[in-house]
Ligand binder design. Sequence first.
Ligand code: SF4
Ligand code: SF4
Length: 129
Amino acid sequence: MTLERAGTKAFDCKRCGTCCYGEGGIFLDPEERDTIAAFLRITPRELQARYCEQRNGRLSVKTGRDNYCIFYHRERQCLIHEVKPRVCSLWPFYPALLKDPDAWLLAQDACPGINSRVSHEEFKRQSPK
Ligand code: SF4
Ligand code: SF4
């Protein structure tokens, strides 16, 4: 039986949008910026002007008036899902959560997609990297 069928996936996104809410934190490197711009069929310069801002000297995705990420849509969720930033696609398999079981436990409060029924060891084992 596969892990998925056994219901023991360490992470299964519930598409609640919680992690797309709030200011800052979604940084783009030039490669990510160019990839997202190409996906949206606009130039990197347009992407920066319309959807990004500088934060602490780094390029960051803006939030909208509702304080969700500017690429978040209530029905369709992430509008750039196919090319979303690394920081988004890596979650929750961040180095801090892989290293520290307490950080992993805390993250479960914020993200219902992290399966609390699997062990931290199993979570680490299922990390894509
Ligand atoms: S908080 Fe977790 S479950 Fe909710 S959308 Fe983000 S990754 Fe998915
Ligand atoms: S880029 Fe997509 S996944 Fe990342 S915060 Fe924005 S809407 Fe959410």
